[in-house]
Design a protein around this ligand. Structure first.
Ligand code: NAD
Ligand code: GLY
Length: 363
């Protein structure tokens, strides 16, 4: 098992990464669980892992109550959030009852937002079961739900007390979801860790074949990168750079997810196509060469990720991107690449160039 720490002073917490942790993580952490925990999962993950997690938690003396939600991005909304509150109230969960998110990023974001808001905040534990959640969404405290007009528009920062990434759970992940997770792994290389990008290129076949050792390295290195960024700018308030850099490809990607209808594009797939749009715009600004853009495209294609977005029309993209949380005073701030391994936030791109980048990267 590897342990990383998210360094946030009194709210610091460990990320445990390794095989079998769903069962073995709890022996030393009974005080964190208390008397009873509420596990939130979904209809796909619960049949695979819920029973063993409940049994392992029972062994250290805590009761469990579980809520199994419908699966998918289209359920990351207020109605599903209400179901969590209903369950917490019906089960008389109190301020000392930790909420455990057992699932991918959708469950993590939903359960985390419930934890942030139920009785003004209760302890939260992340048990991510997708690659995307293990390398990104379970770490850093962003929680929330979608709105019909925009992705992740309602939410809160609420840090977990513990992240338990059991790498064994990745064995049951569908191939398409593994690829979606790799989009976020590749992101860390592109924005701030060029040696990691080269490592991913060299080991992509092992990652695609789910070699446990390679996956563990990728998860650790991704989490280590994220930990540094989050510790430096937890609430994404830096004027330039900072935590916003983790959003490479996301402004375009969120427009794809919303425009195509939640659930039709996986988050990681939309991020991949959005990353190509960001690279194309960076090329137009003279920051990336044709060869570098080609290098990114080749890697995403090898990871079986899309490199073009849906043909929503540039007008629709621009309209949807206007809801991005990085917009300041009506001006889009995009995450672009000055060079491979170095991202910047940039509000200076002309709309004509943004449109051209979108059109170049649309199917
Ligand atoms: P997801 O939660 O929808 O999970 C993907 C699919 O895999 C689902 O069908 C799920 O039920 C299934 N699944 C999960 N674990 C499994 C397993 N071990 N075996 C088999 N099937 C399994 O999607 P995701 O890619 O994990 O997360 C995407 C979400 O995360 C998006 O809503 C995105 O906005 C959010 N996100 C949040 C942050 C953050 O910082 N909070 C960061 C990145 C993404
Ligand atoms: N996934 C982007 C962030 O956590 O800031």
């Amino acid at each position: 098992m590897q342990t990383l720490t998210i360094d946030l002073g009194a709210r610091s917490y460990p990320i445990l990464i390794g095989p079998g942790l769903s069962e073995t993580a709890w022996a030393e952490r009974a005080p964190l669980l208390g008397r009873r925990v509420c596990i939130v999962s979904n209809e796909v993950v619960a049949p695979l892992y819920l029973e063993r997690v409940c049994a392992a938690i029972a062994k250290v003396g805590a009761d469990t109550t579980a809520l199994v939600l419908p699966d998918g991005e289209s359920f990351k909304n207020g109605a599903t959030l209400d179901r969590i509150y209903d369950h917490l109230l019906a089960q008389r969960c109190d301020r000392s009852t930790p909420i455990v998110a057992l699932g991918g990023g959708v469950i993590g974001d939903l359960a985390g937002f419930a934890a942030a808001t139920y009785q003004r905040g209760v302890p939260f534990i992340q048990m991510p079961t997708t690659l995307l959640a293990q390398v990104d969404s379970s770490v850093g405290g962003k929680t929330g739900i979608n709105h019909p007009l925009g992705k992740n528009m309602i939410g809160a920062f609420w840090q977990p007390r513990l992240v338990v990434a059991d790498t064994d759970t990745l064995k049951t992940l569908p191939d398409r979801e593994l690829s979606a997770g790799l989009a976020e792994v590749i992101k860390y290389g592109l924005i701030r860790d060029l040696p990691f990008l080269a490592w991913i290129e060299a080991h992509l076949d092992r990652l695609m074949a789910r070699d446990p050792e390679a996956l563990t390295v990728a998860i650790e290195r991704s989490c280590a990168n994220k930990a540094e960024v989050v510790a430096a700018d937890e609430l994404e308030t830096a004027q330039e750079g900072g935590r916003a850099l983790l959003n490479l490809g996301h402004t375009f990607g969120h427009a794809i997810e919303t425009g195509a209808g939640y659930g039709n594009w996986l988050h990681g797939e939309a991020v991949a196509a959005g990353t190509m749009m960001a690279c194309e715009l960076s090329r137009r600004l003279g920051w990336l060469s044709d060869k570098e853009v080609e290098r990114v495209r080749a890697l995403l294609l090898r990871a079986r990720l899309p490199v073009t977005g849906p043909a929503l029309g540039a007008d629709r993209y621009i309209d949807l991107m206007g809801h991005d949380k990085k917009v300041i005073a009506g001006r889009l701030r995009l995450v672009l690449l000055k060079r491979l391994g170095e991202a910047v936030t940039w509000a200076g791109a002309a709309e004509t160039e943004i449109r051209a980048a979108i059109e170049t990267c649309c199917a």
